[in-house]
Design a protein around this ligand. Structure first.
Ligand SMILES: [Zn+2]
Length: 414
C-alpha cells in the first residue's frame, strides 16, 4: 500500500475510476460488435509500440517478413554489443513491392511483417536474448514482431489449413544467386538425392509439413522441377538449391535459414512451411525497377509452387485457396491373404494428393520393410508385396497418409 495516501481516499479514487471505466466500456461495446474483425482485415495497418514493428494483414495463405531492412535508431534502445549488425538494404521496400505485385496479379494480399528498427537496435532473426540484449523496449518489439507472424499463421491455419512463410533477406556473398534456406546446410545439400530422401532431412527442415504430402520426394522439393530454386532460375533469377545449382560448393558461403525460419516454419509443429530467401543486391534489391522485377517473378514462382505442391488452384485466377477436403485413404483388401509368394494390396485415395508410405512390422513390432512413395492416383491403386523373403507368421502393414494411419493384418505361410 502507498503510505502517502490515506486508505479512505484511495477507495474513493478507485470507485470514481470504475465509474469512468464502466461508461467507456458501455460506449465501446456496440462499436466492437459491429466490426469484430476490425484491425485485422486485409488492407489495414497495425503497429506495435512506437511504430517499430508494422503488420499489414492479408487474405492469402502467405506471410512475408523483412527483419533486417529497418533504419530507425531510437535513443531509448542502446546499440547491441554483440552479434551481426549489417542492414539488408531495401528489403523493406522489397516486401512492399511483393505486396503490390500480389495485389496486381491476384487482387489479394499476402501478410507482411516489417521491423523498422536498425539491426544495431534489434535483430528479430535471433532468439530474444541475442536479438534485444536485455533492453525492455527492444524485447517488446521482438515480441510484437513474432506475435504478428504468429497471428497471421493462426489465421491461415484456420482458414486454409496450410500456408507458407517467407523470410526476406539480402546477402553480400560473391555469387549472384538467391540462397534458399530450408534449415538444410550446404554440406547436407551436397548429399545424394537418395540420402536426402531418407526421412531425417525432411523432418529437420522448415518444409516438414509439406514433405508429408507433396507429390514429389524431399530432394524434389529442394531441387526438382518444381523446387523454388528451379522455378526462379527458369525466370531469370539464379538460385541455390535448384536443378541448375543443386548445392553450394564446399567453401561457398551459404545461408540455410535462421531463427524465424525455424520458429515460423513447420520443423517442430504446425501447417505453415517456411523458407529464408537471401537475395543479392545489384539487379534485384537496388532500384524500384529491379525490385518490381524480383517481386513479379516472386508472384509467378510462388503461384507455380503452391499449385504443384499444395494442390491449390491458380491464385492469380481463383483467389484465396480454401481449406481442401481432408485427404483420406481407404484400405480395401490384401488378396490373397494368407499368402506365400506375394499378395496385391488395393487401396482407395480420396481428396487432395498426398505422399503415401507404408511400413511392414512383424508380430513383435520389428520393422521388416519400408515402402516409400507408393502410387497415389485418385481412386483405386494397387501394389504387390512380396512374402518370399519373410518367414511365416503374422505381419502388420501400417500406411501413413497425410497425417492418417491405417493398418492391415497379413499372414504369411510357406
Ligand atoms: Zn538478413
Amino acid at each position: 500500500m502507498n503510505p502517502f495516501i490515506p486508505p479512505a481516499r484511495r477507495v474513493k479514487i478507485d470507485l470514481r475510476h470504475y465509474r469512468v471505466l464502466a461508461v467507456l466500456i458501455f460506449l465501446l461495446l456496440p462499436l466492437r460488435q459491429e466490426s469484430p474483425a476490425r484491425g485485422h482485415a486485409p488492407g489495414d495497418t497495425l503497429f506495435g509500440r512506437n511504430q517499430y514493428i508494422e503488420y499489414l494483414p492479408g487474405d492469402l495463405p502467405l506471410i512475408f517478413a523483412a527483419p533486417h531492412g529497418g533504419d530507425r535508431e531510437p535513443d531509448e534502445i542502446p546499440d547491441r554489443t554483440y552479434g551481426t549488425m549489417v542492414t539488408d538494404s531495401y528489403t523493406r521496400e522489397t516486401v512492399l513491392a511483393i505486396r503490390r505485385a500480389f495485389l496486381e496479379k491476384t487482387g489479394h494480399l499476402p501478410h507482411i511483417v516489417i521491423s523498422h528498427l536498425r539491426r544495431t537496435k534489434l535483430d528479430p532473426n535471433r532468439d530474444i536474448e541475442e536479438a534485444a540484449q536485455g533492453n525492455p523496449y527492444a524485447e517488446q518489439a521482438w515480441r510484437e514482431y513474432h506475435g504478428f507472424i504468429d497471428a497471421a499463421g493462426d489465421s491461415i491455419s484456420r482458414h486454409t489449413g496450410a500456408g507458407f512463410f517467407i523470410d526476406i533477406h539480402g546477402h553480400g556473398h560473391p555469387k549472384k544467386r538467391l540462397e534458399l534456406g530450408y534449415l538444410i546446410s550446404g554440406s547436407s545439400l551436397r548429399q545424394s538425392d537418395n540420402t536426402l530422401n531418407g526421412g531425417s532431412y525432411a523432418r529437420g527442415s522448415s518444409l516438414r509439413h509439406l514433405a508429408q504430402y507433396t507429390p514429389d520426394t524431399f530432394a524434389g522439393l529442394l531441387r526438382g522441377d518444381y523446387s523454388l530454386g528451379t522455378l526462379f532460375e527458369q525466370r531469370g533469377i539464379p538460385a541455390v538449391p535448384g536443378k541448375e545449382q543443386p548445392y553450394p560448393d564446399a567453401g561457398d558461403r551459404f545461408f540455410s535459414g535462421g531463427y524465424s525460419t525455424r520458429r515460423h516454419g513447420s520443423v517442430s509443429s504446425g501447417v505453415i512451411d517456411g523458407i529464408q530467401i537471401e537475395a543479392w543486391y545489384e539487379g534485384l534489391r537496388d532500384t524500384d525497377e529491379n525490385r518490381r522485377f524480383y517481386a513479379g517473378v516472386m508472384v509467378q514462382v510462388i503461384n507455380a509452387y503452391v499449385r504443384h505442391h499444395y494442390g491449390w488452384e491458380d491464385i492469380t485466377r481463383a483467389g484465396i485457396p480454401q481449406k481442401p477436403q481432408p485427404a483420406a485413404i481407404k484400405l480395401s483388401i490384401a488378396a490373397p491373404n494368407p499368402f506365400s509368394a506375394s499378395t496385391t494390396i488395393r487401396y482407395e485415395i480420396q481428396g487432395r494428393k498426398s505422399r503415401l508410405a507404408a511400413v511392414l512390422y512383424d508380430s513383435m513390432g520389428r520393422l521388416c520393410h519400408r515402402y516409400d512413395a507408393l502410387p497415389v492416383t485418385e481412386g483405386v491403386n494397387t501394389f504387390r508385396l512380396s512374402g518370399a523373403e519373410l518367414s511365416p507368421g503374422v505381419y502388420f502393414l501400417n500406411f501413413r497418409y497425410s497425417g492418417y494411419t491405417e493398418t492391415l493384418k497379413l499372414l504369411i505361410i510357406h
